[in-house]
Every structure is written in structure tokens, then in C-alpha cells.
Write a protein that binds this ligand. Structure first.
Ligand code: ZN
Length: 493
């Protein structure tokens, strides 16, 4: 039998093509890993400020991604996401694409666990360990799988927002890390006696260090997962030794590899969960701090006018201070419009916040009841307490901070209208200014007030906060009843 020369060259070509293809995939994965490590590395070592600084520098630094708001004169940037084939050297596109891939896999896993593994026959311990199905492993309610799948959608969306649509990133970066950060505020750049940017910076430093506790907890959980994996790999290997090595012996090895991959995906997912929520929390809190101080500085202008008016009694004196008051009011209008602009630019945090409270109120209630019940072991309870704390902070504390900021923003409207009435008789020839100010006063003092909203739904007010607290307590009772019923069913069986 003779070997055809052409066949041989074709075979060689195929091998070269295959090896090139494999090498291409390998190098893409390697680059994705290095991009992910650049982002998450400091977080693994709990170096919070380095991690934050890196995020902001990556966002506002030189990027290959196409900028979407070229015509915008302000210093905020938004970008377009691109596939890794096109952006093969872009750290952010590489990292976000990798994160998305892992999230899709984990999403399908949760979905699969809910619909197919929920039945008794499949939820054996073996398959739970093999597929890293912690919800069945810890005997939690299968419906948590569904909530976890929704979490993934939220995390993927928030991750996208954080790396492509975070308009306020450059402003927050200046305040937190740059020497001329005070320029982001209004002159005289102070809050009470201190420089405004220093107040935000010091508070955020303390807060992010506190958030570091969550990452110590995540590291502990990772350690536990790794120990679980090692133990099961050990068990699997012992089992293989008992069997006679035959044709089937390759199968258990495949199983081990599959198991390790599944557990690593789960660990990675937990890191991504922490990473996205931490970044959202830090960005949103910084934004709220900056906003609060800016509103305070704006309101001070009106307070100054009032104190002048009160001190000047006579009509003649009043006319003398008139130009100054007009100037202050025009400045107020300009600053307040600027503050309103900030509310508009911070929409990504509020979309994420709204989705978070809608999804997490039921989960949070379930976790409370689970923690208080007799079930579950220590590791699980520790893990749940961490999630519970994080959710409660957002649902109550963060929610309340937004309410306070909104109230603070709407407060000066009455003062402005009063001042306008006071000066309207004295403004005289400056009809243009009067028209401008009264127009603004009407728009600002409307029934539909401006402020931060639940996505595009409603204004976040104290009434809404109370409503959500009531909703929370109702959910708590509902889930308590549900769990009691379930327990009874189990005990009858
Ligand atoms: Zn890119």
C-alpha cells in the first residue's frame, strides 16, 4: 500500500491548523485570566483602596472601547462593549467577556438544578457534589436556585454598567484619589469647616475597609470549598482503587475533572458577586456623599441671602443689597441644575438598587427564618449571615441614605419661593432675571418633585421607605408560614 504524498501534506496542514487553533484558544484564555487577575487581584489580598483605584484608572484611562458620548462636553464617559475577537488587547473587554461566560454557565447550572435536580431521584449527594450544587447539598429550598439565577442576571447587568456606563466614574475618582478633588465641589469647596473632598475620601476609606470584612468571609468560604473539593477528590480516588482498572476507569477521572471545574466556577461566581456589589456600593455611596455636600453648598447661598435680608430693615438698604441677592439666586439656580444633572447621570446605581431590593427582600426574609430555625450547620449559617448582612445594609441603610439625600435636595424649594416673593417688588428693571428665576422656581417647586427614583418608577421618599418596610414584614410572615407548612409536610412523611 502506497501513501499518497498529497494526503500527507494535507494531514500536516490539518495538524498545523489544529495546533494554531488550540494555541489561539489557550492564549485568549490566558489573556482573559490575566485581565481578571488585574481586576480582582487586590480584592483577593483585601487591599481595598488599591482595588478601587485600579478600577477607576481602568475605567477612565486610555481605552480601546468606542466612546459613545463624543459630543458630550462634560468629563463623564460611556462606552460600547465589544467582542474579544475585535478587542483582543482590551483588558476590560477581555475580563467582562470572561465574567459573562462564567455567569452564563453558572446561570444554566442553577436553572438546571431547579428544574431537573429538584426531584428526589437526582438530588443524591453524589450528583450534588459532582455539580457543586450547594443548595441541595445544604438542604436549602430548591426555589433558592431560581433566585440565584435571577441574581446572576442582575450581576451581569451591573457588571456591564460598571465597566461601560459609569458616567460619574471620573468625578468620583477625582474626589477619592486626586489632589485637586475639591474642584468637583462648589466654591469655597468646603463642608462646614473641612475640605469637602477630604471628608468624602476619609469616610469612603473607612467604609471600604469595613466592606473588607465581607471579603475575609468570602476567602474563608473559598477555603472551605477548596477543602470540600480536596476531600471529595480524595474519596473518589480511594473508590477507584477499590475497582479493578478496566476500560471504565477513565470515566471516574473525567468525573473528578468535571467536579473540580464545577466547584471552581462556583467559587469564581462568589467572587464576582462580591466584586460587583462592592463596586456598586462604593460608587453609589461616594456619589451620594458628593451629592449631599454639593446640595448643602447650594443651600448655603440661600441661607446667606436670608440672613442679609433679616439684618437689613430699611427699604433703601434693601435696594442696595438687591444686586448681590439676585446674583446669589442665579448662582443657586445654576448649582441646583448641576445637582439635578448629577441625579440623571447616576441612573445606573438606581436601576441596580431597584432590582436588588425587589429580588432580595424575599430572599432576605427566607434567610432570617432559616438562620433562626434549628436546621443547617455552622458553615452554612456563617455563609448565610454574611449574605443577610449585605442585603440588610442595602435594603434598609442604603435606602434610608437615599431618602435623606432626596429630602435634602427638595428642602430649599420653599425657601427659594419665599425669597423670590420678597425680592420681586424690588427687582425693578431686571425683568429678565425675574422671569428666569420665577420660571425656575415654578419648575422646581412642582408637585412632581425631582430626586432619585426607583429606576424610572417612583421617587424614593420616606413614605416609600415605610411601604417597603411593611412589604418586608409581610413577606417575612408569608415565608414563615410557607416554611412551617413545609416542615409539617416533611414531618408527616
Ligand atoms: Zn474594549
Amino acid at each position: 500500500m502506497s501513501i499518497n504524498f498529497n494526503d500527507l501534506t494535507m494531514f500536516n496542514h490539518q495538524i498545523i491548523w489544529m495546533s494554531k487553533y488550540c494555541f489561539g484558544i489557550f492564549s485568549t484564555i490566558r489573556r482573559q485570566f490575566s485581565a481578571i487577575w488585574t481586576i480582582l487581584g487586590p480584592l483577593v489580598w483585601i487591599r481595598m483602596m488599591k482595588y478601587l483605584r485600579r478600577y477607576f484608572e481602568m475605567y477612565i484611562g486610555h481605552r480601546e472601547c468606542r466612546r459613545l458620548n463624543y459630543h458630550d462636553v462634560n468629563d463623564g464617559f460611556i462606552y460600547q462593549k465589544t467582542s474579544i475577537e475585535i478587542h483582543s488587547n482590551c483588558q476590560i473587554c477581555l475580563a467582562t467577556n470572561f465574567i459573562d461566560t462564567i455567569l452564563v454557565i453558572q446561570f444554566l447550572k442553577f436553572f438546571h438544578h431547579y428544574f431537573f435536580n429538584a426531584s428526589e431521584q437526582y438530588s443524591s449527594i453524589d450528583s450534588s457534589i459532582l455539580y457543586a450544587n450547594i443548595i441541595s447539598l445544604f438542604h436549602l429550598d430548591p426555589i433558592i436556585n431560581l433566585f440565584a439565577a435571577i441574581w446572576i442576571i442582575m450581576i451581569a447587568t451591573s457588571n456591564h454598567y460598571l465597566y461601560y456606563k459609569n458616567y460619574l466614574a471620573s468625578q468620583i475618582y477625582s474626589v477619592l484619589f486626586k489632589n485637586d478633588g475639591h474642584r468637583q465641589f462648589y466654591p469655597p469647596f468646603k463642608y462646614r469647616e473641612q475640605m469637602a473632598n477630604l471628608i468624602v475620601r476619609n469616610n469612603l476609606r473607612k467604609i471600604s475597609k469595613t466592606f473588607g470584612i465581607f471579603f475575609i468571609a468570602i476567602n474563608c468560604v473559598q477555603l472551605i470549598f477548596n477543602l470540600i473539593t480536596i476531600k471529595h477528590v480524595h474519596d473518589f480516588i480511594l473508590n477507584i482503587n477499590h475497582q479493578n482498572l478496566s476500560m471504565d476507569s477513565i470515566f471516574p477521572f473525567m468525573k473528578i475533572i468535571l467536579m473540580i471545574i464545577n466547584w471552581k466556577i462556583l467559587e469564581f461566581f462568589i467572587y464576582i458577586y462580591g466584586h460587583v456589589h462592592l463596586l456598586l456600593a462604593v460608587c453609589a455611596l461616594s456619589m451620594l456623599f458628593i451629592f449631599y455636600i454639593k446640595v448643602w453648598q447650594t443651600q448655603r447661598l440661600l441661607n446667606l441671602c436670608w440672613s442679609l435680608i433679616v439684618s437689613q430693615n430699611g427699604r433703601k438698604k434693601f435696594i442696595l443689597i438687591m444686586p448681590f441677592i439676585c446674583k446669589q439666586m442665579l448662582r443657586f439656580q445654576c448649582y441646583q441644575t448641576n445637582n439635578l444633572q448629577m441625579i440623571k447621570q447616576s441612573w445606573i446605581y438606581f436601576v441596580a438598587f431597584t432590582a436588588f431590593i425587589f429580588v432580595n427582600i424575599p430572599v432576605n426574609c427566607y434567610i432570617i427564618i432559616y438562620i433562626l430555625s434549628e436546621r443547617g450547620d455552622f458553615i452554612l449559617k456563617f455563609f448565610l449571615i454574611m449574605i443577610f448582612l449585605q442585603q440588610t445594609l442595602v435594603i434598609f441603610v442604603f435606602h434610608l441614605i437615599i431618602v435623606i439625600c432626596n429630602q435634602h435636595f427638595q428642602q430649599p424649594s420653599i425657601c427659594f419661593i419665599n425669597l423670590l416673593i420678597r425680592i420681586s417688588g424690588f427687582i425693578g428693571k431686571n425683568f429678565k432675571i425675574l422671569l428666569k428665576l420665577s420660571n425656575y422656581g415654578q419648575a422646581f417647586h412642582a408637585k412632581n418633585k425631582y430626586g432619585f427614583t426607583y429606576a424610572k418608577l417612583e421617587l424614593i421618599t420616606m413614605q416609600e421607605f415605610v411601604k417597603y418596610t411593611l412589604l418586608y414584614s409581610q413577606f417575612l410572615m408569608f415565608i414563615y408560614k410557607y416554611v412551617i407548612m413545609q416542615n409539617r409536610q416533611y414531618s408527616y412523611e
